[in-house]
Design a protein. Structure first.
Length: 326
């Protein structure tokens, strides 16, 4: 090697004739301070000395920080064997789940079906938006007006099926915390079945388009991510999208739901639908519209709770802990 020493730039070289054969290709690593060359023995046995010549070369010095005599080497090997045996014992104590593959297959199929359902919703709405929107503003309004009547059946199916996620969390099939899961699924189903499904006046509102669209975009990345995770596959772009796309879409979806609830309050007040009359001398009636006003507060609190939960998940999967140290 060429290097700069006490006498300036020189060519340095050395030769060592080992006591026994070694692997022909040593591993070399250059640092700022030195050159490290690792030479591997062909056979793992104890050598009486390093070189064939009995007298150690003058330029050769042992590194006592890494030095092992024969007894130390045997002790280290014994410790490794004991560690390996203990690990095997611990693994053997863990009961094997006979239904592991069945559970995995169920989760893969569930996430696949949901992905296909929300993909149909997203593609259908996007195509209708671009085809009808190419005409004029009235055509674009028509695409908003007809959203519920063309998409509702598939959305009913997907959101009803999503109730399985609560059951999956309860029985331990998935590691998702129960509270955020319940809040999101019941919140969506409340808007879908009660606010939109029970009021024909709400079904033609443009806000329906935005609610369905924001919901479907989020699920386009969430369900395939979970499906691939079930079979041990991680696609980094999909992981990034799954834990990033919700940042703009989740607040927009919550805002759209709030707008739909606000628009439905006057309708529920006029019709008295779902209002509860109590048998009492004052003839007090609990207006459903009043409960919706209370629900609006709960909605924003739920958005905050889920936003915080998703932010923690994002830090776990995309934060500094996942980066490799150089």
């Amino acid at each position: 090697a060429q290097g700069h020493g006490a006498k300036g730039d020189n060519i340095y070289e050395f030769q060592i004739e080992f006591l026994e054969p070694v692997e022909p290709n040593p591993v070399c690593r250059v640092t700022q301070r030195q050159l490290n060359i690792t030479v591997q023995k062909k056979e793992s046995n104890w050598w009486e000395r390093l070189t064939k010549q009995e007298k150690r070369p003058l330029f050769l010095a042992p590194d006592f920080d890494r030095w092992l005599d024969e007894s130390d080497a045997e002790m280290e090997l014994k410790e490794k064997e004991e560690e390996k045996i203990n690990k095997m014992k611990i693994e053997s104590r863990v009961p094997k789940d006979p239904f592991k593959h069945l559970k995995k297959g169920y989760l893969v199929m569930y996430n696949l079906v949901q992905f296909l359902g929300f993909s149909w919703i997203f593609v259908n709405m996007t195509v209708r938006l671009f085809i009808l929107g190419k005409g004029n503003f009235l055509c674009l309004t028509d695409s908003f007006y007809d959203t519920f009547h063309t998409i509702a059946d598939m959305m009913y199916f997907c959101q009803t099926l999503a109730l399985m996620e609560i059951m999956n969390s309860l029985i331990g099939l998935i590691r998702s915390p129960l509270l955020p899961t319940v809040m999101q699924i019941f919140g969506r189903n409340f808007v879908l079945f009660v606010i939109l499904g029970s009021l024909e006046e709400m079904q033609s509102k443009p806000v329906v388009f935005f609610i369905f669209y924001f919901w479907s975009i989020i699920e386009l990345f969430r369900y395939p991510y979970y499906m691939l995770s079930c079979i041990g596959i991680e696609w980094k772009p999909l992981t990034w999208l799954r834990y990033t796309i919700w940042i703009p879409l989740y607040p927009l979806g919550g805002l759209s739901e709030a707008v739909a609830i606000i628009q439905s309050i006057p309708i529920f007040s006029e019709t008295g639908k779902f209002s509860l009359g109590l048998p009492n001398p004052l003839n007090v009636t609990i207006q459903f519209s009043f409960l919706l006003q209370l629900y609006l507060i709960a909605l924003f609190l739920g958005v905050f709770v889920n936003f915080r939960h998703l932010y923690k998940q994002r830090r776990q999967h995309l934060g500094p802990k996942k980066r490799k140290m150089k």
